[in-house]
Design a protein around this ligand. Structure first.
Ligand code: ATP
Ligand code: MG
Ligand code: MG
Ligand code: MG
Length: 565
C-alpha cells in the first residue's frame, strides 16, 4: 500500500495535556484524533490495529462456543429502571429523550437487553448453557476521561453474556471465557496478570480482572512471583477503621430526617455515586452487620447533613449486608465494581472513603438515630485511612511469596453474575424436573480500544510506537530513501510485491520526503520490520531493521521475503 495515499498525520509534538506515553505517541504517529473530551476518531492506522484485535477476539470467541450478535446502543430508560441501574449508574449514564418525550440512554454495558432477549428466546434448560457476545461502542460519561483512548466516554467493548440453568453450566461458560481471554491477550502479546477482584464483598473466583502492568495504570495491583495477584481492595483485607474519640454525650443523637439518594450524596461530596455504594458495601462487610449504611454528609469541618440511602441500591439489603446479600447486590450492579486507583485521584477517593466510613460508624448506634455534628478528627479518629495502603511491599502473601506492587490497566473483567438480572427481568427456564428456575448469568468484557493504549504503554519507546506482530497495522514498512530515484522506487515496489505474495501486509513510503523525515515517521508508526532501499540498491542489497530491538541486517533483494518470515 502506498503511504502517500493513506491519512497518517504525524506530528513533531504531542499536545501539552497528554501525560501518558501511549497517548502522546498515538497522536504523534497519526493514529487517533480527538473530537472532544473522551471522544476519539480512529484514523486509518489505528483502525487497522483495531480490526486485527477484533479478528483475534472473534476467532477465540468462536472457539469458546460464544456467538456474535449486536444490540442497539440506544436503549429505553424503563428497561434500565427495572433493574435499578438507571439510578445506580447515576451521572455516568448518557440520557436523552426522543421526539415523543420517551427517555432513553446510550448503553454503557448491556446486561438488560441481553437478558430480555434470552428471556424471550429460551424456555428450557436443554438449550443452555449459551454465550452471546458483541463488539460495539459503549458510552459512559466518565468523570475523568484521560490518557487518550485508555479512558474514553465512547469506547469499543467486547461484551459477552452467558446463560445457564445451573451452577455447573455457569462454571463451564465462565471457564471457557477465561481461557478465551487468556488466548486473546497472549496472542496480542500483552504482559498481563489475572487478579482476584473486589472480594471485599464477593468471594473467591466470582470475579477476575485482567490487568496490564503499566506506569499510567489506574489500579494498584498486589502480586508475587508466585501465583498470587489481587487488586488492592482484595489484598487490603481487614481494616480497623474508625475510632470514636469524643464522649457520646457530646454528640447529639437525632432521628434521621428525610431520605436522600446516593446521587444527591454523590453530588454533595463531588464523587462518583458508585464510589459511595462501594464504600458502603465494603464497610458493611467489614463491620460484620454492625453498621447500617447510613450516609452522613460532611462538608468541611462544621456542617453535617444526614442522609439515608434509599434509592436503587437496595438499601434494605445493604442494611443487613450479609455476604449473600452483598453478592446479590453486586451481581445486579456490576458497574459499581472496580478498584480504587492510585495517585492523586486515590487520595481524594480515600478521603471520601473516610467520610463515608466514618458516617457509617456514626450512624451505627441506634436504628434510625444518628450522631449529628460529628467530625472526623475531632470526634472520630481515623486509624487506617491516613495510610490507605495496608498491605506492604515485602509482606508475605497467601502463596508464601513476598508481595510486590505495580500499577495496572484493567483490560478485561469476567464475572459470575448469578441471578440478579434474571430475577428482576423474569428470565426463567424449565429445569430437568420441570420447575421454573432463574437463569444463572455470567458477564465478560474487554476494552477493545483501551487495549491499544495498554499495548502502546508496554511497548512504545522514546521514538514512537512498537506494535507486536499480531496486531501491527502492517507487517513491513518498505522505505525507498529517495523516492525520486526511479531505481529505488522500482526496487521498493518489487520487494513489496514479493512480500505481499508471501502473505505479508506492506506499507511503502513512496513520499518524496527527506530520508530523515521518513525514518522518524517510520519509528513513530511502529511497524515491526523496516526494509530500507538506499545507496546499496544498485548492488541489489537492502537493509532490514527490527523496530523493537533496533537490530539490522543487510540482505540481497531477492532474499527479503525469506529473511523476514
Ligand atoms: P474501570 O475500572 O477502568 O473504570 P470498569 O471496571 O468500569 O473499568 P467494566 O464495566 O468491567 O469496566 O467494563 C469492561 C471493560 O471495558 C474494562 O475491563 C475495560 O477494559 C473497558 N473499559 C471500561 N471503561 C472504559 C472506558 N471509559 N474507556 C475505555 N475502556 C473502558
Ligand atoms: Mg474496574
Ligand atoms: Mg469504570
Ligand atoms: Mg471492571
Amino acid at each position: 500500500m502506498k503511504q502517500s495515499k493513506i491519512l497518517i498525520p504525524t506530528k513533531k509534538e504531542a499536545p501539552s495535556d497528554a501525560e501518558a506515553l501511549s497517548h502522546k505517541m498515538m497522536i504523534r504517529a497519526g493514529y487517533i484524533y480527538q473530537v472532544s473530551s473522551g471522544v476519539w476518531s480512529y484514523l486509518p492506522l489505528a483502525y487497522r490495529v483495531i480490526r486485527k484485535v477484533k479478528a483475534i477476539i472473534r476467532e477465540e470467541m468462536e472457539k469458546a462456543d460464544a456467538f456474535e450478535m449486536e444490540t442497539p446502543s440506544m436503549l429505553p430508560a424503563d428497561l434500565w429502571q427495572q433493574t435499578g441501574r438507571y439510578e445506580a449508574y447515576g451521572d455516568t449514564l448518557f440520557k436523552f429523550k426522543d421526539r415523543n418525550d420517551r427517555e432513553h440512554i446510550l448503553g454503557p454495558t448491556d446486561e438488560e437487553v441481553m437478558t430480555e432477549i434470552l428471556r424471550d428466546s429460551i424456555k428450557s434448560y436443554k438449550k443452555l448453557p449459551l454465550t452471546v457476545y458483541q463488539i460495539t461502542d459503549k458510552f459512559r460519561d466518565e468523570p475523568r476521561p484521560r490518557f487518550g483512548v485508555l479512558r474514553g466516554k465512547e469506547f469499543s467493548m467486547l461484551d459477552g453474556y452467558s446463560f445457564a440453568a445451573d451452577q455447573a453450566g455457569l462454571d463451564e461458560a465462565y471457564n471457557q471465557q477465561a481461557q478465551a481471554y487468556r488466548n486473546i491477550f497472549d496472542r496480542i502479546g500483552l504482559d498481563y496478570k489475572i487478579i482476584l477482584a473486589d472480594s471485599g464483598t464477593i468471594g473467591g473466583d466470582n470475579s477476575q480482572e485482567f490487568s496490564a502492568p503499566a506506569k499510567v495504570g489506574e489500579d494498584t495491583i498486589v502480586y508475587t512471583d508466585g501465583d498470587y495477584a489481587a487488586n488492592l481492595e482484595k489484598a487490603t483485607g481487614k481494616f480497623t477503621g474508625v475510632q470514636q474519640t469524643a464522649e457520646p454525650a457530646k454528640l447529639a443523637k437525632k432521628p434521621t430526617p428525610g431520605a436522600h439518594s446516593v446521587d444527591e450524596a454523590a453530588t454533595a461530596l463531588e464523587i462518583d455515586a458508585t464510589q459511595i455504594i462501594k464504600s458502603m458495601l465494603y464497610m458493611a462487610k467489614m463491620g460484620e452487620d454492625k453498621y447500617q449504611p447510613v450516609l452522613v454528609l460532611m462538608r468541611g469541618n462544621d456542617e453535617v447533613n444526614e442522609t439515608k440511602v434509599t434509592n436503587a441500591v437496595d438499601c434494605e439489603e445493604l442494611t443487613l449486608a450479609t455476604e449473600q446479600q452483598a453478592q446479590k447486590y453486586l451481581g445486579a450492579h456490576p458497574g459499581s465494581l472496580g478498584p480504587v486507583g492510585v495517585g492523586e485521584e486515590v487520595k481524594i477517593l480515600a478521603d471520601n472513603y473516610v467520610k463515608v466510613l466514618v458516617n457509617m460508624a456514626c450512624g451505627a448506634n441506634d436504628d434510625g438515630y444518628h450522631y449529628v455534628n460529628a467530625n472526623i478528627g475531632r470526634d472520630f479518629r481515623v486509624d487506617q485511612f491516613g495510610d490507605f495502603r495496608t498491605v506492604q511491599e515485602g509482606e508475605i502473601a497467601p502463596d508464601g511469596n513476598p508481595i510486590k506492587f505495580t500499577n495496572g490497566i484493567e483490560i478485561g473483567h469476567i464475572f459470575k453474575l448469578g441471578t440478579g438480572y434474571s430475577e428482576k427481568l423474569g428470565a426463567q427456564v424449565l429445569d430437568q424436573n420441570g420447575r421454573l428456575v432463574d437463569m444463572i448469568m455470567g458477564c465478560y468484557g474487554i476494552g477493545v480500544t483501551r487495549l491499544l493504549s495498554a499495548v502502546a504503554e508496554q511497548n512504545a519507546d522514546e521514538y514512537g510506537l512498537v506494535w507486536p506482530d499480531s496486531i501491527a497495522p502492517f507487517d513491513v514498512h518498505v522505505i525507498p530513501v529517495n523516492a525520486k530515484k526511479a531505481d529505488q522506487m522500482k526496487m521498493a515496489n518489487e520487494i513489496s510485491e514479493q512480500l505481499e505474495k508471501a502473505g505479508l501486509e506492506v506499507l511503502v513510503d513512496d513520499r518524496k520526503e527527506r530520508a530523515g523525515v521518513k525514518f522518524a515517521d517510520s519509528d513513530l508508526i511502529g511497524i515491526p520490520l523496516r526494509v530500507t532501499v538506499g545507496k546499496k540498491a544498485s548492488e541489489g542489497i537492502v537493509e532490514i531493521k527490527i523496530r523493537k530491538t533496533g537490530e539490522t541486517v543487510e540482505v540481497k533483494t531477492e532474499e527479503v521475503a525469506n529473511t523476514v518470515q
